[in-house]
Design a protein around this ligand. Sequence first.
Ligand SMILES: Nc1ncnc2c1ncn2[C@@H]1O[C@H](COP(=O)(O)OP(=O)(O)OP(=O)(O)O)[C@@H](O)[C@H]1O
Length: 793
Amino acid sequence: MQPAFCVQTRGGNRGRSSATGPCHQHNQLVATLSQNGDSNFFDDSAMVRWLQSAGLHHLATPLSAATLDHRMLPELTVQNSHRHIEKSKVVKQSKVVPCDLSDLTSSPSGSIYFNKQPRVDDLLSDELQLDSSPGIFDIHTINTELLSEEAEPGWWDSSSSPYAPFPETSFENGFVVGSCKPSSPSRLQSYTPDTSRPMTADKEKSAKDIVPAKIKVVVRKRPINKKELARSEEDIICIEDNGCFLTVHEPKLKVDLTAYVEKHEFVFDAILDEDVSNDEVYMETVEPIIPTLFQRTKATCFAYGQTGSGKTYTMQPLPLKASEAILSLMHNSSYKSEGFQLWLSFFEIYGGKLFDLLNDRRKLCMREDGRQQVCIVGLKEFQITDLNILKEFIEKGSLARSTGTTGANEESSRSHAILQLAIKKGSEVSEKKRSQQVVGKLSFIDLAGSERGADTTDNDRQTRLEGAEINKSLLALKECIRALDSDQGHIPFRGSKLTEVLRDSFVGDSRTVMISCISPSSGSCEHTLNTLRYADRVKGLSRNCNSKRDFSCLLPGQQEPSGIQCVSPSFDKGEEHLNLDEIDMGRMSRPSTASSQINFNSPSNVERKSGLNDTVGPEISHENTISGTSIAPVVGKSLLGHWYNEKGHVSLHDLCKGARESKNNLSCTAASRGDLREERPLGLPKANILSYGNFSNAENLTPSDRMAALLKEEDNLVSAHCKELENTINFIREEMKLLAEVEQPGSQIDAYVSQLSKVLSKKAAGLVNLQAQLARFQKMLKEQEILGLSAAA
Ligand SMILES: Nc1ncnc2c1ncn2[C@@H]1O[C@H](COP(=O)(O)OP(=O)(O)OP(=O)(O)O)[C@@H](O)[C@H]1O
């Protein structure tokens, strides 16, 4: 029999009532099981706890309806709950329905279902039925699929209700519930700005008094969509009632093909269920930051997650709401007389290049001035006084993003879109000359799909390199946030173009909000776990962190890796800066007898499989440098674009200065507790050092290791080229000097000949070396291509 009710608690974040979940495959409804009137919320773990507390340990795990014994649970009831809106307040309604154990069944994922088909009477309490005049319900909070089967025609006059449901066909993207989207073709949510609403003095004061956390990590789950349902995928994400705990029920198969469920538990600052609106997302994430922007804070809010997980859907409404609040504070608070202005810019990083989304995708270049301030040359900024204009700009920019070079939406998931709101003070003297000061800045970043970083095995070279670039930037971003959170003096922003662009957001007083977007479906389980692990690591070093760890898959007897939670105090001074992931990496990359016994569920293997492992990230921080060891110089190719003098053009001197400084930034020394003081180049886990420079051991390397080696070789080539240019200039100087001398009366031709011969030999040797390096890189590219092709075959 197709189960009717899923007996699982859902939603209920932060005081929001437990809500009717989306209408899933199983007509899911929030329900409470109770015994002897004693109410207990049931998700799998709560059920286990409840059974244990009832002394029914033998039933506690594994749990299935078949194991529930009628004699032991004599008075079972199911309490159906839903909510509706009454006089602008969300009201929870519930009704107890007597049930029998024969009405319960379990799914392969471990959920317990109530088989009885509900009646409308069961869904609506008596008061609610009396009150059911159009307009008092928010239809989106009611399980419409359940209702449609049983509801009498005419009980709901949708046409006259402001809460009329969108007809199912009008749901964009096949979302069953929760999408609540306007039928407008725009990707933006319908939104009516209201700047006239003044912020009261009390509100302003309390807003100012609240000090938001430096780093906040929020997870947002999107509703399951029709395509996923059509593929019979299940919702595997369970959010516990306080809105901070999340369990992923990973469907797995044993060797004998028996299905079982592996649970992964996570804790974050907030977890937003599929029924949480964009307004609520704003309130949870960005709203607390707004007042701090007037106090010289730079804030960053970014969405991370796989393609299609809802990053753009989540991010697009936020700048609008934030601008409304900023303008309201500017015009209606004590800041009124300060002469603040709000400015907008919107650009994209695609394939390591910057494009202005508000100026016909004009290519931009990033420069660093004498005071090490990063500026994006040519980026258009617009002053925002009217929210409708802002809305148009955002739409324009979003369209430019998704209709980029090839017009495919595919592109958007391979690019990072950055929308910046800057609060400025001062006047603009002329178009070219501004005497404005940035007071605060809020950057919204819609990151490339996280799984794109794993595109390193793709057949297409361009895709592989883009994937590697995305991987690099996501890892560098994580490193920067972690450095911020641990109050490290140095932020490794040079790790990627993305973090360089955000440099000024990482210095001084800064706030960061990460919204991890996840899909609920079982088909996305691996990506979802990767996203949650990334988020977990971002938050991992937070001093107040109380994160439950995803250790469900540790081997029996294996301990929580001590390096993960915080830097072990037993480390000596020299190791203090050891990156925690590096310890992980050491564990992962060292093939041991133990590792051959590790099943495929071990965290390291899961991450390795995903391609989102830390092959690049951990080594990016120059804090990894350990005194007393020599350091292999590495210069990133991005230097070519970054080193400019104050007049704006590249000088070789600056270039070399950049190379030297970057060498310090990017060099790293590998050290882990087991084998300290080992020198290795950037971007390579230990196990791969031997194969660095050629792929003779290529079959032993993972695709991402190979890609890291390739990128490393590319960096070395660019670095050697820079060096060669520097030498060439010196040779030219020497040759000019020789020429000048030989033309003097009485010059020594023999000396000239021998000096010239020396210079030419050095020049030739330099070119030969560079050519050899180039040939090696070409060979690696070729090998990578062949390996990619054979992997694909
Ligand atoms: N919470 C949600 N409620 C309803 N619909 C959603 C939700 N989240 C996402 N969607 C829908 O899912 C689809 C994919 O979302 P979106 O484009 O935001 O994904 P994305 O992560 O930005 O993907 P990409 O990385 O490819 O740009 C969109 O059409 C969006 O409308």
